[in-house]
Write a protein that binds this ligand. Structure first.
Ligand code: NAD
Length: 371
């Protein structure tokens, strides 16, 4: 059997921590190295339950530090990479695009180069070389809202808001500095396959939700604001449509694809689950109020419409049929169940939330929304 030393970058972040947890628990024979810089979004408290496992190592490092990456790849005989480290928040990318280009493009390049230069010399027994890059559906651009009221469709368990969907063959057309930087990194990964024969895989996933998400993102932000009776800032009219996937289902997909995905291929990952922002907000309000024992509609008055995000893409909708047909993956949770679990988790883990919403985040939030 081949040995495995797998680096998971960004393992202290939201999705990365779920991937680390899954791999450490499911594969006791693999050595899982969580490589993370611990930016504002990285939080080792996300991994308390795995930090003492014998097959887990945490390394604090910046993926942009190429010499350090080389050293780490050599030291641990790394033969697999699952790359999630990134700057991930669109709003922050609008304010500070340079940081996004640096981390997402140059950081990915530095990892690719470290893998390329060390993989030739891996000792015998390390055979599972694979560089798996996690990306977003936002690289595809935006889709039309041809059915603003929604309509049923064979592709989705829920209503859909347009006729088109992102497929693996959809041309890249990123609009925000975040999606442009992710697109750049995707291109570098594919170029390393085409040029050097690096065994790469890329996946593009829709919006994730679930436990341990940094509360600048819509769902944890709103749960936390309702708890503190703070305004709920809704961009524009709340008409933008996103596809939502429970984060544990994304981690399951990553597991399947890392092991069975075809080298040099791309897979879209999504929930078949389109929602308008404003509708999701009503679901969150309803769920939080019910779980907190508030009367129905109690928190609706907190909704506050704010100026739309610059260049706000109208609709993202992903078609993950290829992943279902070729590798048998499907989301395991219906959205209603996932949201219930998610809200309950944030209400049960208020200390986790309070620890990260104090300090620097508080001033970012005030500056961002002026609320
Ligand atoms: P996150 O912001 O919660 O976590 C990012 C992690 O990367 C943090 O732990 C941070 O410390 C680390 N990091 C940042 N810069 C680093 C650097 N220079 N060196 C090392 N570590 C660094 O992000 P997330 O939401 O968990 O997203 C993870 C990945 O999945 C990203 O690549 C993102 O583009 C992609 N993605 C996210 C979503 C989503 O809905 N959240 C959807 C599709 C794809």
């Amino acid at each position: 059997m081949s040995k495995r030393n797998i680096i998971i970058t960004g393992g202290a972040g939201f999705i990365g921590s779920h991937v680390v947890r899954l791999f450490v628990n499911k594969y006791p024979d693999y050595h899982i190295i969580n490589l993370d810089k611990l930016t504002y979004a990285g939080n080792l408290a996300n991994l308390k339950d795995v930090e003492n496992k014998p097959n887990y190592t945490f390394v604090k490092a910046d993926i942009c530090d190429f010499e350090m990456m080389l050293k780490i790849f050599k030291q641990y005989h790394v033969d697999g990479v699952i790359h999630l480290a990134a700057e991930s928040h669109v709003d922050r990318s609008i304010r500070d695009p340079f940081t996004f280009a640096r981390t997402n493009v140059l950081g990915t390049l530095s990892l690719l180069q470290a893998a390329r230069l060390t993989w030739e010399y891996l000792p015998e027994g390390y055979e599972g070389k694979r560089f798996y890059h996690i990306s977003t559906d936002e690289v595809y651009g935006a889709l039309e809202l041809t059915h603003p009221e929604g309509k049923s469709s064979e592709i989705s368990a829920h209503e859909v808001y347009g006729d088109e969907f992102f497929k693996e063959t959809t041309k890249y057309n990123p609009h925000s500095p975040y999606s442009a930087s992710k697109a750049g990194s995707d291109h570098f990964v594919r170029a390393f396959h085409d040029t050097y024969g690096m065994p790469t895989i890329v996946t593009n996933c829709s919006n994730n939700y679930g436990p341990y998400q940094f509360p600048e993102k819509l769902i944890p932000l709103f749960i936390n604001n309702i708890r503190h009776r703070k305004p709920l800032p809704v961009y524009g009219k709340g008409e933008n449509v996103r596809d939502w996937l429970y984060v544990v289902d994304h981690a399951r997909a990553i597991d399947v694809i890392f092991h069975n995905g075809k080298i040099a291929d791309t897979y879209n990952i999504g929930g078949f689950n389109e929602w308008k922002n404003i509708d999701i907000i009503h679901v969150i309000i309803k769920t939080v109020d019910r779980l907190l024992g508030n009367p129905e509609g109690y928190s609706e008055g907190l909704i506050t419409y704010v100026m739309d995000r610059m260049g706000h893409d109208l609709r993202y909708a992903i078609d993950s049929t290829k992943l279902k047909n070729e590798l048998g993956w499907e989301p395991s949770l219906q959205f209603e169940e996932g949201i219930e679990k998610t809200v309950q988790w944030y209400l049960d883990n208020q200390e986790w939330m309070d620890n990260i919403t104090s300090g620097a985040y508080e001033s970012y939030y005030e500056d961002m929304y002026n609320l």
